[in-house]
Design a protein around this ligand. Structure first.
Ligand SMILES: O=C(NO)[C@]12CC[C@H](CC1)C2
Ligand SMILES: [Ca+2]
Ligand SMILES: [Zn+2]
Length: 308
């Protein structure tokens, strides 16, 4: 007998109830959404990348109790829908590629990443992080790394790497769509501390990251130097985006369209902050006209962080 669509229900990492598409086959349900081409797996706490993607998650009654899996699956669906609805992009490659997510990777693993082929989520150690798929902005951030790889393919070091990180933060927070200071990872970071986050796009200095070129960190292009500070110098383009989107007359959707068009039409693997400025001005010009509010706002947004 053939597989049929079903609707699963369950609780996410933070105990919130949600429902999602599953597949029913021979009396077993699978975490597979065939309308969006999503599949969610478990590594069963192995850290061996050669065993990825691991085991496709299954359940006997379609009520799912694995919060990390529930969130990886439902948030991937939300990210898929955002790219399709807002930019008419079908998956990270624009061609309906399968979005594969593996949860429970490693033990107490305080990280999540796109490995060039799929999403990988650690469970966290319970004090620095809870399971990392539990935050929509993080899932959006990671899948955006895949979009970036299939478009500008920004090299993950120095200014191009900081742009890679920044575009991932920008899209992750646009998809999460909250008004809380443009924080990143707040839902999964330090469960015993409220109000903190991994990064703040509106106030990068609050986490020790620069918000202006004057404070650009010239770190070594090594693992210890975070490849030239890709997760810290991202504060500068992050702040530029917040300056832009918070300018009166600019909507979140239009700001996102400008950033997406810049990334996919003008930026390339070695683009630096000045190239990103030029690309976003050109994108705003294409979309809204050279004398538009958007062009003025994006130009001022970059100038305010010392770019241009
Ligand atoms: O910024 C990141 N990766 O480039 C993070 C680090 C912790 C969250 C999961 C992955 C965000
Ligand atoms: Ca956030
Ligand atoms: Zn990242």
């Amino acid at each position: 007998n053939k597989a049929t669509h079903a609707t699963g229900t369950g609780k996410g990492v933070l105990g919130d109830n949600k429902s999602f598409n599953t597949l029913s086959s021979s009396g077993t349900y699978y975490l597979q959404d065939s309308t969006r081409n999503l599949k969610t797996y478990t590594a069963r706490n192995s850290a061996n990348e050669n065993l990825l993607p691991g085991t496709l998650l299954s359940d006997s009654d379609n009520y799912w109790t694995d919060g990390a899996a529930v969130d990886a699956h439902t948030y991937a669906a939300e990210v898929y829908d955002y790219y399709k609805t807002k930019f008419n992009r079908n998956s990270f490659d624009g061609n309906g590629a399968a979005i594969k997510s593996t949860v429970h990777f490693g033990r107490n693993f305080n990280n999540a990443y796109w490995n060039g082929a799929q999403m990988i989520y650690g469970d966290g150690d319970g004090s620095t992080f809870v399971p990392l798929s539990g935050a929509l902005d993080v899932v959006g951030h990671e899948i955006t790394h895949a979009v970036i790889e299939r478009s500008a393919n920004l090299v993950y070091e120095n200014q191009s790497g900081a742009l890679n990180e920044s575009f991932a933060d920008v899209l992750g927070n646009l998809i999460e769509d909250r008004d809380n200071g443009w924080l990143l990872g707040e839902d999964i970071y330090t469960p015993s501390v409220s109000g903190d986050a991994l990064r703040s796009m509106s106030n990068p200095e609050s986490q020790g990251d620069p918000a202006h070129m004057d404070d650009y960190k010239n770190l070594p292009n090594t693992r210890e130097g975070d490849w030239g500070g890709v997760h810290t110098n991202s504060g500068i383009p992050n702040k530029a985006f917040v300056n832009f989107v918070e300018t009166s007359g600019i909507t979140r959707d239009n700001a996102g369209k400008v950033w997406y068009r810049a990334l996919t039409s003008y930026m390339t693997s070695r683009s630096d902050f000045d190239d990103a400025r030029n690309a976003t001005i050109q994108a705003a010009t294409d979309l809204f006209g050279s004398s538009s509010t958007e062009v003025t706002a994006v130009t001022n947004a970059w100038a305010a962080v010392g770019v241009g």
